[in-house]
Structure formats: C-alpha cells, structure tokens
Design a protein around this ligand. Sequence first.
Ligand SMILES: NC(=O)c1ccc[n+]([C@@H]2O[C@H](COP(=O)([O-])OP(=O)(O)OC[C@H]3O[C@@H](n4cnc5c(N)ncnc54)[C@H](OP(=O)(O)O)[C@@H]3O)[C@@H](O)[C@H]2O)c1
Length: 316
Amino acid sequence: MTEIKQITLDKYFERDNGMPDRNQFKITTCKFDENQKMEKDQIMIKLEYVSVDPYLRARMNSKKTFVDPFKLHDPINSGCIGKVLKSTSDRFKEGDHVSGYFDWKEIQIVKVSKEILMADPNIAPLSAYLGICGMPGVTAYYGTVLIGKPKKGETLVVNAAAGVVGTTVGQIGKILGLRVVGICGSDEKAKSLINDFHFDSGLNYHSPTYAEDLKKACPNGIDIFYENVGGEVTDDIGQRAQYIVFEKRITMQGFLVFDYSDEDYKDAFQHLSKWLKEGKMIEKHVINNGFDQIIPSFIKIFETSNKNIGKVIIKL
Ligand SMILES: NC(=O)c1ccc[n+]([C@@H]2O[C@H](COP(=O)([O-])OP(=O)(O)OC[C@H]3O[C@@H](n4cnc5c(N)ncnc54)[C@H](OP(=O)(O)O)[C@@H]3O)[C@@H](O)[C@H]2O)c1
C-alpha cells in the first residue's frame, strides 16, 4: 500500500460564478494498492502534470451550466498528463505518457476511452499537450480559423491575450497573415505579446491612454474580435461596434471546444504541433511544482492582476 494525496471539492460556490476560495477544497491522503487486480482496458497512471483552467469554476456550482457540476467530496478532475505504471490495454504500455481528464489524485486507475490520448514527447513537449496543443490551443484554433474565417491582411483583436488561449489565437493570426492586436492587464504582458509572440500590438487596458492606443493599433478598424472573458474590455468594444453592426453585417458566435470533439481535435492538433515544431509558434508557461501548488495556482488564474503569461501547469 502506498499513501497518496488527492484533492476533493468540499463546498460549492455560495452564489453562481463566485471566485474560488481555499476553503472549498480539501487535500487528503488515502491508501492506494499498486498491486490490486486491474480489469481489461485499464491503465494505472501516476500524475505528472496538472492543468488548471478557468472552466473548472463552472463545475464548482451546484447547478448544471454548460458542464456538469463536480460531485461534492469527489476528487476534482481536469486535463492532466499521466505516466502509465501498469496497463491491461492494447493501446498503452508501461512508461507511455497519456493525456486525458484525470482526477487530482497522485495515482489512479482509469478506463481507457477515446478521450485518452498518447502524449508523445517526440511530437510536442509534454507540457504543450495541456496548453498550445491541448484543449486551450484547440479552442484557439477552431475559434480563429473556423469561426473567425480570417482573410489575409485583416485585423484580429483578442482580449485576455496573454493567457494560453489568447497567445495561441494571436500566433495563429500571425501565421495566417493578419494584423494582431492583444489586450491584456499589464505593461509586462503587453511587451511579451510583441516581443515573444510577435503580435503587432500589445495594449494594457489599465493604461489611461488605452482607448487612443486601441484606435491607433487598428487603423483599418477591427475585422475579428476574439472575445475570451467578457467584462469591461468586451463592453467597450461592443459599444463601439453597435453603430456598425448593420452596416458591416457583423456576426457574433459563441462556441464550446467540445463542439468539435467528434473530430477528435485532430485537424487542430496536427496544425498546432507542426507549427510548434517548425518554430512558427512558441509555448510559454508558468510551471508550479508540487501537488500542494494545485489549489493556489487554480485560485490565481482568476486574479486580473496575476502575472501569468501562457499556460499555468503544475508539475508533480
Ligand atoms: N469556449 C471554450 O470552449 C473555451 C475553452 C477554453 C477556454 N475558454 C475561455 O477562454 C478564456 C481564456 O482561457 P485561458 O485558458 O487562456 O485562461 P488563462 O490562461 O488563465 O488566462 C486568463 C486571463 O484572463 C484575464 N482575467 C482573469 N480574470 C479575469 C476577469 N475576472 N475578468 C476579465 N479577465 C480576467 C487575466 O489576464 P489579464 O489580467 O491580462 O486580463 C488572465 O491571465 C477563459 O474565459 C476560458 O473560460 C473557453
């Protein structure tokens, strides 16, 4: 028997869409029998990387929203990379790395399904399977390419631009020949958008000159606005747009990345991993070390003053 840690959800938000709080979670230890008998098509995995993502907040309400709520007192579950310790599946062998939605539990047995994929470090770094080539990157790809339908030379504006979705949207935009403007919450992030991710402009929405800066950054107007988080930035752009919605036949469309799950995200993954390998894109991440860092890292992604650039990952 090995002693392992797990994190469970102990309390739902008191009001819808509240901000996560340390007291909602519990870290406990439990015994795990590594020699237990496994059924056919199962893998025993050791968690190596855990992704903390904004949508998890929606699973911490008692009511169903676009995702099902977590069950109280069960382990929380998110996109993770695990190393296979044992396998009764033909698809995976001991030592392989797999990506999937796994519990926040150091060692676990999971049933192999089509959602569990091989994470091959020869194709992309393991961390990228949770970021630029994983769910957030795939979101950026489908949103920009299929919904934005960009044409070379157009202007793309993205908010929450320094996060993993935003930086991927902007980089795809540059590959497709667009003028890319990113809006974010600090000068440091804005500089990184230009210097590291090669956006044409990076704007800090806290700056007193933000409105003028946005106008200057988009001399030909905005063709595509990739809306990531709502709030003041979106309200402001929406107000500017309302006069031209009819004239320019503006389309607004929401989507969920899961809308594309039937395609196994293959098309997006192939493009993103190829661009990453060719050096046309970069991945930047904040890696926090240790199981005890999962909860603080999750809470921090909702702080607008956070310094996170790129994907937040916890390495165990
Ligand atoms: N539709 C889908 O299927 C889908 C899939 C994945 C993600 N998403 C959404 O895409 C967005 C970005 O995801 P991500 O993984 O890139 O997130 P992320 O890397 O955690 O970045 C989020 C950024 O949003 C800004 N922010 C934080 N709290 C905010 C608030 N209360 N109001 C406004 N801005 C706030 C912060 O940047 P600044 O301080 O610089 O503004 C933060 O760094 C999230 O809203 C997520 O839910 C949607």
